[in-house]
Design a binder for this molecule. Structure first.
Ligand code: PLP
Length: 386
C-alpha cells in the first residue's frame, strides 16, 4: 500500500490497491477466472481459486476492508449470513454455549434456533444494557459473546467497554456485527472485540446492487475463519468483490453524508406534532446518547420513529411518500423506509414485539444521500395527507 495518513478517506481510496498497478489500470480489473496457473504453487492454499478467496479481486478488497476496520485481516463472503455462519460454525463446537443480545438480526436468530441448536450449540439471549443479566446467564460452557453495534430497530447501544471486560474476564470470544455502524463510525477491534462481521449488502456496498458479507479481525482468529470459509464454500465471486471494492472508495463520503442527513431528519421529526417518538443515537433524548457520543465517530444513517394512532394511518402515510422507497433493506444511497412489525419482526409474536417496544406503528428509516430538505419535504407532505 502507498503511504497514507491513516485517514478514512485516503485509506478508502488507496488501501489495498494493486501496487504496481496492473497494466497501469487505475481501477483494478475483474479477474473472472475460477482457477489460475499453478506454476510455483507448493501448498493447497497457494492455488489461486475463487472458492479459496485469493484471486487479485479478493486480495484487494480484503486489504481495503482490514485497513478501514483498523485490523490485520478481512475475508469477504457470499452474504452477510455467510459471514455470520462462518464465524459461529468456525469458532463453536457441540456442547458450547453463547450469550447473544436480544433483538438480534432475524437471520442470525434463525440460524441459532434451528441449525446451531440442532448441532448441540445452545444460547441465551441477554439484555446487553445490563451486565448483571450477562452474569446471571453465564455458564461453565459459555464460549462466546455475540452482539450488534446498534440494535434494530430501536437503535440501542450497549457499553462496549463493559462487554469487553466481561468477555475477557470469562474467556469469551467477543464477536460484533458492525453492519449498522460501519467502520467509518466505529472500529470495534480497537476496543478489544476479536471478530467483526458486516453485511456488505448494506452500507459497505451502499448501492443496493450486491449481496456480500465480511469477517474482519485479528490475524490469529482470521486464519481459523478463513479455513472454515473455504470448507463451507461461501466465497464471494470476483464481480461482487470488484463492486464492493469500488463502493468502499466512497464509503467515508457516503457515511458522512448519511450521518448528517439522519441527524437533520431526526431533529425535524422530533419536533413534529404527528410523530409520537423519534429514536436516533445522535439525539439528546436517545437513552444511550452518552454511549453513542463516547464510542462512535458518527451516529449513523438509521432513524426510527413512531406515528402512534392507528396502523391504517401509517399505511396511508407510506402510500403518500414519493421520494422515499418502501423497502426492508438499508444502507443504500437512496432513502428507504420499512414497518418493522410487518418485515424484520414479523415472525415474532405481537405480544413479544410490543414488549420489545416494536409497535405496529413504528417506522424505521434508512437515510440516503439525497438533499436532507427533499427527504424532509417528502415526509412532511405524506404526514400532511393524514
Ligand atoms: C442484513 C443483515 C445481515 C445479513 O446480511 P445479508 O447480506 O442479507 O446476508 C446480518 N446482520 C445485520 C445487522 C444485517 O442488517
Amino acid at each position: 500500500m502507498r503511504n497514507t495518513s491513516g485517514n478514512d478517506h485516503t485509506l478508502a481510496v488507496h488501501a489495498g490497491e494493486p501496487d504496481p498497478k496492473i497494466e497501469g489500470a487505475l481501477s483494478i480489473p475483474i479477474f473472472q477466472s475460477s482457477i489460475f496457473e499453478t506454476y510455483g504453487a507448493e501448498r493447497y492454499h497457494d492455488i489461486k481459486y475463487i472458492r479459496l478467496s485469493n484471486t487479485p479481486n479478493h486480495i484487494a478488497v480484503h486489504s481495503k476492508l482490514a485497513a478501514l476496520e483498523r485490523t490485520d485481516a478481512a475475508i469477504v463472503t457470499a452474504s452477510g449470513m455467510a459471514a455470520v455462519s462462518t464465524v459461529l460454525l468456525g469458532l463453536l463446537s457441540a456442547g458450547d454455549h453463547l450469550l447473544v443480545q436480544s433483538s438480534l438480526y432475524a437471520g442470525t436468530q434463525n440460524l441459532l434456533t434451528t441449525d446451531l441448536l440442532r448441532l448441540g450449540i445452545t444460547f441465551d439471549s441477554v439484555n446487553v444494557l445490563d451486565i448483571l443479566d450477562l452474569q446471571r446467564k453465564l455458564k461453565p460452557n459459555t464460549k462466546m459473546l455475540y452482539v450488534e453495534s446498534i440494535a434494530n430497530p430501536l437503535l440501542q447501544i450497549p457499553d462496549f467497554s463493559d462487554l469487553i471486560a466481561f468477555a475477557h474476564e470469562n474467556n469469551l470470544t467477543a464477536v460484533i456485527d458492525n453492519t449498522f455502524a460501519t467502520p467509518i463510525n466505529f472500529n470495534p477491534v480497537c476496543l478489544g472485540f476479536d471478530v467483526v462481521i458486516h453485511s456488505c449488502s448494506k452500507y459497505l456496498g451502499g448501492h443496493s446492487d450486491l449481496v456480500a458479507g465480511a469477517v474482519v479481525g485479528k490475524a490469529s482468529v482470521m486464519e481459523t475463519l478463513y479455513s472454515t470459509l473455504t470448507r463451507i464454500g461461501a466465497s464471494l465471486n470476483p464481480i461482487d468483490c470488484y463492486l464492493l471494492h469500488r463502493s468502499l472508495k466512497t464509503l467515508p463520503l457516503r457515511i458522512e453524508r448519511q450521518n448528517r442527513n439522519a441527524m437533520e431528519i431526526a431533529q425535524w421529526l422530533e419536533t413534529h406534532p404527528r410523530v409520537t417518538n423519534t429514536t436516533y443515537p445522535g439525539l439528546n433524548s436517545h437513552p444511550q446518547h452518552d454511549k453513542a457520543q463516547h464510542y462512535f465517530r458518527g451516529y449513523g444513517g438509521m432513524v426510527t420513529f413512531d406515528l402512534g394512532g392507528r396502523v391504517e394511518a401509517v399505511d396511508q402515510f407510506l402510500a403518500h411518500l414519493r421520494l422515499i422507497t418502501i423497502a426492508p433493506s438499508l444502507g443504500g444511497v437512496e432513502s428507504t423506509i420499512t414497518k418493522p412489525a410487518a418485515t424484520s419482526h414479523f415472525c415474532i409474536s405481537a405480544e413479544e414485539r410490543h414488549r420489545m417496544g416494536v409497535t405496529d406503528t413504528l417506522l424505521r428509516m434508512s437515510v440516503g444521500i439525497e438533499q436532507a430538505e427533499d427527504i424532509i419535504a417528502d415526509i412532511d407532505h405524506a404526514l400532511s395527507m393524514l
